[in-house]
Design a binder for this molecule. Structure first.
Ligand code: ADP
Length: 742
């Protein structure tokens, strides 16, 4: 990639701020510098572009250090009316040309991206005007004949087409989930109902996902208004039935833009009044407001910001972006780039459909994930299951937790139990993991026995890391026979998969068995994500944020050891999320030369005034060059220049309430597993399967293939696909442009 000397790339954040924008800005700045392209930050969005002067600043590698963990955007954002006018954009164009900026990465919502595309479309005529006004020469105008534009979507509402998720939406979901969890405990103490308003004027994503993640009892979203005229009656009946069934707290989530079938807004005040009048209950209203925007970005937003920011620069510097503006986003779990104007037009189509009360189109445009989540929520909010369909066989389905505990196991069990009951089946929980199964410790689970499990960490059923031997397998076969089970769901890690595979191989077990990946290490085959991985990643990230703060006063290097067995996903992604300068992984090994080079980097860095060093080690990265060895080596070589401390994060990584991402994942995967067990059980088919999410889609895989996709020696997937993140991690972590990849 060659860039004419003097050419520069400009980056700005515009419109509503969103957490994770800083991660994107950091990645844009560092990737551009790494590619040899100077970068300017345009402060305060288009205001800075129109005003020029000090608001357009050259950026260095270190200018974007230490910003990953900060909420909002450190380069400022604003709304700017002047930019909506041609004279405003003319001034903006002059300021860009002055700095040699002919490439823009704009991080904002559809308004900001539309504005940028307008500037891009007018570019040559604006430069012509500047030539005619004598402000720039014709040579300069012809040297800057094209403005290249790449957009990234920063928006907490997740209201933009062209990407499955926007920067900031997951962090907002964290804030909402924390708030509703807190409300739930006070509501349960007083047997109260809370009506909670969340952001989303034109998009129900936050309302829907937060309702799903917290186990809320009712949700109102713009895309799918209640389909009966007197919807208030239905809502009240459901909440009343929930109370009668033993629920102590009720939560109704209302999207800011919720409407009824005629497009009339539904306010929280109306919902509150209705519930008070019809149920005679104590109802409280909470409008979450701007807290949803703020706070530390969650791990997902930091990693995504890094990945899309990095990709945006490479796309901007390639010829692909010459013809039209590009939008870089995440689709089906992968980085994608598409035509920006198409994404904006599609976003507008949703808006128009909503305005015209064409809810079917609006919901369809939101995509399959949104629709499937909405269907699942509608089943889960039922106070009690549907009455059994006469003539339909009632299956007895067992649910087991196996392997190490992972946050979100309870969420998966809750969803599986309720969705199974809803299909008319009997649900039996196994107490105490595989050991419990060996002893036949089965308990009947009803709708209310899993109440409140959506957000509870750990494993209520109990779990262990036992894998049965041949004798154990035949004992389990006996238990399955005796309990007359028609199917088994194993929610767990590698031990769960191995147990299920052993049962499948046994001739005595003929019932279907399905595995749902739950492991903080994210080390299971057939799935890009395991339930619990995101929570553990956030736990590691928060701990490292705190460790970094503790080190600021002294010159100190930290060696942080994270879990994962020999699977490096957790270490690598936490390295990206925290800005660690080096991550050691078992998959790549560690050599003495690596350590020597890393110590030299640390020494050089501290000599140049650096105050903090951060190295993350997977717990089994290397048997000999372990954490103690690394610490001792750094300590010795660091001499008086810096101290070295080790931090072994340990079991805090397995605990904690599941993150919203893990709760939603657990619920979706459980829904698919129950669907599969239902189909297999009713058709009398046996067999084994494991479920996973790949390229954003939920897929079932044949459990018989496990030996091909699972590396039993290292207990991780045979294909270490997460290493695809390595280049981004290394580039962003190096001490300066082209300084050598750690
Ligand atoms: P968001 O980017 O979050 O959708 P806005 O719609 O408020 O936020 O847009 C942010 C800024 O982008 C506006 O203040 C304006 O400067 C610019 N902008 C928005 N729409 C346009 C447009 N159609 N033409 C030119 N500039 C626009």
């Amino acid at each position: 990639m060659t860039v004419a000397p003097g050419r520069s790339l400009g980056v700005l954040t515009s419109g509503g701020d969103a957490s994770g924008m800083n991660a994107a800005v950091r990645a844009v700045v560092r990737t551009a510098l790494d590619r040899g392209v100077p970068v300017h930050a345009i402060l305060e969005g288009y205001q800075g572009m129109v005003a020029g002067g000090d608001l357009i600043r050259p950026m260095t590698w270190n200018d974007v250090g230490g910003i990953l963990q900060r909420g909002g955007t450190v380069i400022g954002t604003a709304r700017c009316d002047a930019f909506r006018t041609r004279p405003g954009r003319l001034r903006a164009a002059r300021h860009l040309v002055e700095r040699g900026i002919d490439t823009l990465v704009v991080i904002g919502g559809d308004g900001s991206l539309t504005g940028a595309d307008t500037l891009r479309g007018e570019w040559s005529s604006l430069l012509e005007d500047l030539v005619n006004a004598g402000e720039i020469s014709r040579e300069v105008a012809s040297a800057y004949e094209r403005l290249t534009l790449v957009g990234l979507v920063g928006s907490i509402d997740n209201d933009m087409q062209g990407t499955d998720i926007t920067i900031g939406a997951l962090t907002a979901l964290h804030r909402i989930t924390e708030a509703i969890d807190a409300l739930l405990s006070t509501a349960a103490s007083h047997q109260r109902t809370f009506v909670v308003e969340v952001m989303g004027r034109h998009c129900g994503y936050l309302a829907l996902m937060s309702a799903l993640a917290t186990g809320a009892d009712w949700a109102l979203i713009p895309e799918s208004p209640p389909d009966v005229q007197d919807w208030e009656e239905t809502m009240c009946a459901r909440l009343e039935a929930g109370r009668a069934a033993g629920r102590r707290a009720s939560i109704v989530v209302v999207a800011e833009g919720a409407v009824d079938r005629d497009g009339r807004p539904i306010s929280t005040a109306h919902v509150k009044r209705t519930l008070e009048e019809r149920l005679g209950e104590d109802v409280r209203e909470t409008i979450l407001g701007h807290v949803q925007r703020g706070g530390r970005p969650c791990a997902y937003d930091r990693v995504m910001g890094a990945v899309v920011g990095h990709a945006a620069v490479d796309i901007a510097l390639s010829e692909d972006a010459w013809g039209e503006a590009r939008l870089v986003g995440i689709r089906e779990g992968r980085v994608v780039d598409g035509a920006l104007v198409e994404a904006v037009a599609e976003t507008r189509r949703v808006g128009k459909a909503l305005e015209a009360c064409d809810f079917e189109t609006a919901l369809a445009l939101r995509g399959e994930f949104f629709q499937e989540s909405w269907r699942t929520l509608r089943t889960l909010v039922r106070a009690l299951p549907h009455p059994p369909v006469p003539g339909r066989r009632r299956l007895r389905l067992g649910v087991l937790n196996a392997g190490a505990p992972a946050p979100g196991m309870n969420t998966a069990v809750r969803a599986a139990v309720r969705l199974g009951l809803d299909r008319g089946h009997e649900m039996l929980g196994v107490r105490g993991g595989v050991s419990g199964l060996l002893e036949g410790r089965l308990v009947q689970l009803d709708w209310m026995s899993v109440n409140g499990w959506a957000g509870r960490g750990g494993s209520e059923l109990g779990t262990d890391r036992v894998v049965p031997d041949a004798e154990g397998v035949s004992r389990i076969a006996g238990v399955i026979e005796e309990a007359a089970l028609d199917g088994l769901l194993v929610v767990g890690g590698g031990e769960g998969y191995e147990t299920a595979h052993a049962l499948l191989a046994s001739e005595r077990v003929s019932v279907p068995v399905v595995c749902l990946p739950a492991s903080i290490a994210n080390d299971l085959p057939g799935s890009e994500r395991s339930v619990g991985g995101d929570t553990a990643l956030n736990m590691v990230m928060h701990a490292v944020d705190a460790i970094k703060q503790s080190a600021v006063a002294t010159r100190r290097a930290f060696v942080v050891e994270v879990m994962g067995g020999t699977c490096g996903w957790l270490a690598l992604t936490s390295g990206i999320a925290t800005g660690a300068e080096r991550v050691y992984l078992h998959e790549e090994g560690v050599t003495l030369d690596d350590l020597r080079q890393d110590v030299a980097h640390l020494v050089a860095g501290f000599e140049q005034g650096k105050r903090l060093g951060l190295v993350i080690r997977n717990e089994r990265a290397h048997e000999i060059y372990d954490t103690d060895f690394t610490v001792a080596l750094f300590e010795e070589e660091g001499g008086d220049l810096f101290d070295v401390r080790k931090s072994i994060l340990g079991h805090l990584q397995q605990g904690g309430d599941p993150s919203p991402f893990d709760r939603i994942l657990a619920t979706r995967l459980a829904a698919r597993c129950i669907q599969w067990l239902d189909a297999q059980g009713l058709s009398g088919g046996g067999g084994g399967a494991y479920v996973g999410v790949q390229w954003g889609e939920i897929r079932m895989h044949d459990l018989a293939d496990l030996p091909e996709v699972w590396d039993p020696e290292h207990r991780r997937p045979a294909d270490p696909w997460w290493l695809a993140l390595r280049p981004v991690a290394s580039l962003l972590a190096q001490p300066g442009p082209g300084a050598g990849r750690p």
